[in-house]
Design a protein around this ligand. Structure first.
Ligand code: ATP
Ligand code: MG
Length: 407
């Protein structure tokens, strides 16, 4: 892979252009990072009013499997990435025939399927030292019956569809074998995994960037608080978790990326469980083959963000070791923030929020606020952790955000 230098122009007079599949907020923040460096950008996204499409030099409005759209993307861009992990693997394969694509179809395919993902984590466990939760695959009625008879140890558990799950969707909590059968039917009898419900004491994630040449950099683990299966708060500061645990999580995430031969930004999510040890036990949950909501604080608290590293990795530029210069807390802003207690539409009190010191507001340009929809995030930075927490609490109260007791 020869590097694509920002601001360069090829023999045909075309400016160095980076492409992204998907027009959501992750694509938008990728576009911002690429443009800041001087690249032109192209977004392939069917929706006419997408967060990324609205800010990109080029918006190719087509489906992810439309050959004409893909040909146009390949023609316009020198390298292509994805912000949307459910992009068809065939799409990435097709594009890879014409241009460097990072991450590859093969690794995105693994991350798209919980069965393959868990198999990969199991292979990595020898090196990473971190396993996934006990689980069983359920793809057929015979497998369901076998699990009902032989795997009582997995109950209570969570039945998760192998594909297309996000923000807790495609998941049913089950306590008994009867509930398990009903849940599998409710999910349409599709390929699933039944995972043992673990007593979580915390959750964390690690962002890793790896280049075409195998160079790897990573951020310190961040601690994440979910409310109703959706990320609500990310703590990215000293003392967010025991240091021994942070080191283990970071090492495990790096070894998972290396083992995949990954190119780009990878986020690995972990559970922390009470195993009687001082720091707690670490269990790997899942991975996202792209920047991640839990890494948004890197935009304001680090000297290189997860999106900067995504740009560097795909373009074959060196990967600078990121340095976090400020403690940070990120608060997710879901559609709820635009509604009052009686369901009426309201405008959040931005003047009050933005007058708080160290607040960084990111809205994604989505026009209609809906409950559960990720509309933006607010990152709070400051000189010390105590001050950041105080401001984050004030902002959460002003915005009526959940998870206040977790800040
Ligand atoms: P996202 O894509 O938003 O990260 P997802 O829909 O892929 O989420 P998971 O990460 O598998 O789903 O689960 C969502 C949340 O549900 C987890 O962050 C955790 O809070 C809880 N959860 C999932 N699996 C388990 C488990 N085995 N034991 C206890 N809690 C769990
Ligand atoms: Mg998750």
């Amino acid at each position: 892979m020869s590097p694509i230098y920002p601001g360069s122009v090829d023999a045909a007079g075309q400016r160095a252009t980076l492409g992204v599949l998907g027009g959501g907020q992750l694509g938008r923040m990728f576009v911002h990072a690429a443009q800041r460096l001087g690249y032109f950008t192209a977004v392939l996204e069917p929706d006419a009013q997408s967060p990324a499409g609205l800010v990109s030099h080029h918006h190719i409005q087509s489906g992810y499997d439309d050959p004409a759209g893909l040909a146009q993307l390949a023609q316009r861009c020198q390298a292509i990435t994805t912000e949307f992990e459910n992009v068809p693997a065939q799409t990435l394969q097709t594009l890879a025939l014409a241009r460097p694509v990072a991450p590859s179809a093969a690794v995105v395919g693994i991350a798209q399927n919980r069965i393959e993902e868990k198999a990969h984590f199991t292979v990595c466990a020898d090196v990473s030292g971190v396993s996934c939760a006990p689980y069983a695959v359920i793809e057929t009625p015979d497998q369901l019956r076998a699990v009902q008879v032989e795997r009582a140890d997995l109950l209570p558990g969570i039945l998760k569809t192998a594909r297309m799950g996000y923000d807790g969707k495609g998941q049913v909590r089950v306590r008994t074998t009867v509930e398990l059968a009903a849940a599998w039917a409710e999910l349409g009898g599709v390929a699933c995994v039944l995972e043992k419900m673990l007593p979580l004491t915390a959750e964390c994630s690690v962002l890793v960037a790896r280049g075409w040449d195998g160079q790897v950099v990573s951020f310190a683990p961040q601690r994440n608080v979910h409310v109703d299966g959706i990320l609500a708060v990310t703590h990215a500061h000293e003392g967010n978790m025991p240091p021994a645990l942070a080191t283990r999580a970071r090492d495990a995430a790096v070894s998972i990326a290396q083992h995949l031969g990954y190119v780009g930004v990878l986020c690995v999510e972990f559970f922390v469980v009470d195993d009687g040890s001082e720091s707690g036990g670490l269990v790997v949950n899942e991975m996202a083959p792209r920047p991640h909501n839990s890494g948004h604080y890197t935009l304001d608290a680090c000297d290189a963000s997860q999106f900067d590293l995504q740009v560097h990795a795909m373009a074959g530029l060196p990967l600078p070791k990121p340095r976090q210069h400020s403690p940070a807390i990120m608060l997710n802003l879901l559609g709820e923030v635009w509604f009052d207690a009686s369901g009426g539409r309201r405008e959040p009190d931005w003047p009050a929020v933005l007058s708080l010191p160290g607040t960084h507001l990111h809205l994604y340009g989505k026009l209609d606020a809906r409950v559960g929809r990720k509309m933006g995030h607010l990152t709070i930075t400051g000189p010390d952790v105590a001050g950041v927490k105080t401001v984050a609490r004030s902002a959460a109260v002003l915005l009526g955000l959940p998870g206040l007791d977790a800040i």
